[in-house]
Design a protein around this ligand. Structure first.
Ligand code: IPM
Ligand code: MG
Length: 376
């Protein structure tokens, strides 16, 4: 076991559990963090704050400036989920989702990594045939701070005749496209050296620019990586037809939102998909980073112990890898999750015949017990 050394300064992590099942799955990740602190001497300094609806209820805004400041100061942010029907009628800038979008924007988290990896034990939970998903390992890189999510003009206006019009704008600059494409190429170099860039250059000028810029960057700096291009609608189809053709997919904010939900289901459940959102390296070489499960707040199952904590735990695993350079610890965690699944424990979302259905906390405890066993 590794001893805690003087040089091991605590990693400052801001925990933002949020709404719905966010707090429940965050509780399990704390258990796991606690284990790594106790048993592996990885020192964490944890702070916790409200975000989303929970923050709105207390402060009248989904993200306070104080919490944003804490996020800016942290080495990494661990985020649960936001939103719920209770907040549906709020003005746009007060909606829980704005809290998350503002964090992404203000922290400059332009690259969203969403790995879709299938655990052997869960092959039968996928809605696709086992052969199509066995060994599946895709990395979706979604642009996260541009495109139609943030483009101006936007809004709802009333036209002279009384009719109303809703407007959003899809907009990308050279820099925005190139920096996220670079992240995809770099990742591909550590994987199978293949990038598929996805847009709709057949109907959108922003898509034409996207394709041209990705191509140009590829020729200039990444010609060792194999690059292909695909229209987004075709990509959705190919993801369910033959998902293993992909290694790294790079795409814009909106297409990435859609395609990553689709890819998540290949792995059996949205409850299995983690994500990392990274900014540009600062002068100290460190990137701002936020880690969150791809699933939402799932208000329908909140508070019932039904939520699957694995996407949240794996988001912490990605934090260990990308923010703290602790692939060893992340591998330990992945291993423990895989063995617990192989042992037959399932939360409701991935339940199968003959398996044992367990609650959120029993799943978390079992993974910690498995970590313990492997470290003994
Ligand atoms: C996601 C979510 C968010 C998004 C929502 C909660 C704002 O769907 O992270 O995929 O649309 O980006
Ligand atoms: Mg989404």
């Amino acid at each position: 076991m590794m001893a805690r050394s003087e040089t091991d300064t605590p990693r400052r992590i801001l925990l933002l559990p949020g709404d719905g099942i966010g707090p429940e799955v965050m509780r399990e990740v704390r258990r796991v963090m606690d284990w790594f602190a106790r048993r592996q001497g990885i020192a964490f300094e944890l702070q916790e704050a409200l975000v989303g609806g929970a923050s709105y209820d207390r402060h009248g805004t989904p993200l306070t400036d104080a919490t944003l400041e804490q996020a800016l100061q942290a080495d990494a942010v661990l985020f649960g989920a936001v939103g719920g029907p209770k907040y549906d009628d709020l003005a746009f800038d007060q909606k829980p989702e704005r809290g998350l979008l503002r964090l992404r924007k203000e922290l400059g988290l332009f690259a969203n990594l969403r790995p879709a990896k299938v655990f052997d034990a869960l092959i039968d939970s996928s809605s696709l045939k086992p052969d199509l998903v066995r060994g599946l390992d895709i990395m979706i890189v979604r642009e996260l701070t541009g495109g139609i999510y943030f483009g101006e003009p936007r809004g709802i206006e009333t036209l002279p005749g009384g009719e109303r019009r809703g407007i959003n704008t899809q907009v990308y600059t050279t820099t925005e496209i190139r920096r996220v494409a670079a992240v995809a190429f770099e990742l591909a170099r550590k994987r199978q050296h293949r990038v598929c860039s996805v847009e709709k250059a057949n109907v959108m000028e922003s898509g034409v620019l996207w394709r041209e810029e990705v191509k140009a960057l590829h020729e200039a700096e990444y010609s060792d990586v194999e690059l292909s291009h695909m229209y987004a609608d075709n990509c959705a189809m190919q993801l369910v037809r033959e998902p293993k053709q992909f290694d790294v997919i790079v795409t814009d904010n909106l297409f990435g939102d859609l395609l990553s939900d689709c890819a998540a289901m290949l792995t059996g459940s949205l409850g299995m998909l983690p994500s990392a959102s990274l900014g540009a390296p600062g002068s100290d070489g460190k990137r701002k980073a936020l880690y969150e499960p791809v699933h939402g707040s799932a208000p329908d199952i909140a508070g019932k112990g039904l939520a699957n904590p694995i996407a949240m735990l794996q988001s912490f695993g990605m934090m260990l890898r990308y923010s703290f350079d602790r692939d060893d610890a992340a591998d330990q965690l992945d291993g423990a999750i895989g063995r617990v699944l192989a042992g037959g424990l399932r939360t409701a979302d991935i339940m199968q015949d003959g398996m044992a259905k367990v609650s959120t906390s029993v799943m978390g405890e079992s993974i910690v017990r498995e970590l313990d066993k492997a470290a003994a």
